[in-house]
Write a protein that binds this ligand. Structure first.
Ligand code: FES
Length: 97
């Protein structure tokens, strides 16, 4: 029986900030989410969230799919989009219709 790839969700904490950030400017996590929105492969759903409980290691994202572990990645910046893509690569991306 062929395996059906699982829907992959990328949760991005949009409230993450880093030490020294201008608190009047958009948060780094929000800027990271904006950057990732334009570079994700099809089949990966971006879900902005407010806090992943990893605030001391911000910016933070998490990868999840039904029946799999959830992987949390921290110490990211608004320029970490390409690194997040490397983390997504081994995940089973569902085909698009
Ligand atoms: S504010 Fe981003 S993990 Fe808590």
């Amino acid at each position: 029986m062929p395996q059906t790839p699982l829907p992959v969700r990328l949760l991005v904490c949009v409230t993450c900030k880093r030490e020294g950030d201008d608190l009047e400017a958009p948060r780094q996590g929000s800027r990271l989410a904006d950057a990732l929105a334009g570079m994700l492969p099809e089949g990966v759903a971006l879900q902005p969230v407010e806090c992943l409980g990893n605030c001391k290691r911000s910016c933070t994202v998490a990868l999840s799919a039904p029946g799999t572990w959830t992987y949390v990645f921290g110490d990211l910046t608004d320029e970490s989009g390409p690194d997040v893509l490397v983390g997504i690569e081994p995940w089973p991306i569902p085909p698009t219709a």
